[in-house]
Design a protein around this ligand. Structure first.
Ligand code: GDP
Ligand code: MG
Ligand code: K
Length: 298
C-alpha cells in the first residue's frame, strides 16, 4: 500500500535567541525569517513552507513567549499563545549552552494546555561538549512530558534532517495546502518591513532599542523602468533616535537603505528603488490603539 501524504502546521517556540529563525532559514533555504543577535526580532507569525514528496510542513516562527513588559509585549505573547492552539505539533527550542531558566518555565506552563505533540529541540550543540547533553535532557524531562527530544545545530545543520523526519512522523495525513514553489504565506509587505527593521537593528547596534517599527507605505511596480518602487517609514519614539538612524548627512539611512534594497531585490526578483524616511511617534509601544496601524493586529 502506498504511503499517505502528510501535512500540518508546526509552531516553533522558545526564549529569544535560541535559534528559531536560524532553524527556519536552514530548512526553507531562503532568507524569510529575520535573524539577529538581538532578542525579540520576530514580532509576528512568519511561516515557511517545506514541501517534500511525502509531506508538507508549514512552520510558524512565533514571537518569543515571555512575561510581557509593555502592551506590545502582551500582543506578542497573545499571538504566540493563539498560534499554539491552531497547530498540529510544537517544537520547543532551547539553547544547549544556557540550560534551564525561568523563562522556560513560563513557556512550559503554557505548553501544558496544548494537546498536540511537543518536541524538545536542543539547539546550538556545536557550542557544547556532548557530555553536557545528557544532564540537560534529564533536567527537561523532569519538567515536561515531551514526545521526543532532538539535539541539533540549526547553524551547521547537524541532525536537522533527523528532526524533520521525527516531526513528519507525527503529522496527520492531509492535503498539500500550498503549491510546491511557495515558501511563505506572508505578504511581501511584512517581509520587506522586517528586512528594513533588521538593517536598522544591525547597523545601529545598542543605540536603537526595539522601540522601532517599519511601515511600508507603498509597493508599486513601474512598467517603464522594469523596477519596483518601495516607500517605507521607520517609526521611532524619540528625536535623538531619529538623529542616530539618519546619521551624519544621511549616511546611516543611506546604508540601511542600500542593504535592505539588496534583500528586497532578491525577494522580489527585480530591481528596486527604496525610499526611506524616519518619523518620531512618542511612546508608540504603549498605545494600544496605534498598534493596528503598524500591522500588529491579527
Ligand atoms: P531566535 O530569536 O530564536 O529566532 O534566534 P535567531 O535565529 O535569531 O538566532 C540568534 C543567534 O543565535 C544568532 O546569532 C544565530 O546565528 C545564533 N544561532 C542560531 N542557531 C545556532 C546554532 O545552532 N549554533 C550556534 N553556534 N549559533 C546559533
Ligand atoms: Mg527569531
Ligand atoms: K533573535
Amino acid at each position: 500500500m502506498e504511503e499517505q501524504f502528510k501535512s500540518g502546521f508546526v509552531a516553533i517556540v522558545g526564549r529569544p535567541n535560541v535559534g528559531k529563525s536560524t532553524f527556519m532559514n536552514h530548512v526553507i533555504g531562503e532568507k524569510i525569517a529575520i535573524m539577529s543577535d538581538k532578542p525579540q526580532t520576530t514580532r509576528n507569525k512568519i511561516s515557511g513552507v517545506l514541501t517534500e514528496k511525502d509531506a508538507q510542513v508549514i512552520f510558524i516562527d512565533t514571537p518569543g513567549i515571555h512575561k510581557p513588559k509593555h502592551k506590545l509585549g502582551d500582543y506578542m505573547v497573545n499571538v504566540a499563545e493563539n498560534t499554539l492552539n491552531e497547530v498540529d505539533a510544537v517544537m520547543f527550542m532551547i539553547n544547549a549552552e544556557e540550560g534551564y531558566g525561568r523563562g522556560d518555565q513560563f513557556i512550559l506552563d503554557r505548553l501544558e494546555r496544548v494537546d498536540k505533540p511537543v518536541f524538545l529541540v536542543i539547539n546550538k550543540i556545536d557550542q557544547v561538549h556532548p557530555d553536557q547533553l545528557l544532564p540537560l535532557i534529564d533536567q527537561y524531562r523532569e519538567k515536561f512530558e515531551f514526545e521526543e527530544i532532538v539535539p541539533i545545530s540549526a547553524l551547521e545543520g547537524n541532525n536537522v534532517k533527523h528532526l524533520l523526519q521525527v516531526v513528519k512522523g507525527h503529522l496527520p495525513e492531509g492535503p498539500q495546502f500550498y503549491p510546491e514553489d511557495q515558501i511563505t504565506d506572508h505578504p511581501e509587505r511584512f517581509i520587506i518591513s522586517e528586512f528594513i527593521r533588521e538593517k536598522v537593528l544591525h547597523l545601529t547596534r545598542e543605540e536603537i532599542p526595539h522601540s522601532i517599527a517599519v511601515v511600508i507605505e507603498s509597493i508599486e511596480p513601474r512598467q517603464d523602468s522594469n523596477a519596483v518602487y518601495v516607500q517605507a517609514a521607520i517609526i521611532v519614539e524619540r528625536k535623538s533616535q531619529k538623529g542616530i538612524i539618519i546619521g551624519k548627512q544621511g549616511s546611516m539611512l543611506k546604508e540601511i537603505g542600500q542593504r535592505a534594497r539588496k534583500d528586497i531585490e532578491a525577494l522580489l526578483g527585480s530591481r528596486v528603488y527604496l525610499e526611506l524616511w524616519v518619523k518620531v511617534q512618542k511612546d508608540w509601544r504603549n498605545r494600544q490603539v496605534q498598534l493596528s496601524d503598524f500591522g500588529y493586529n491579527e
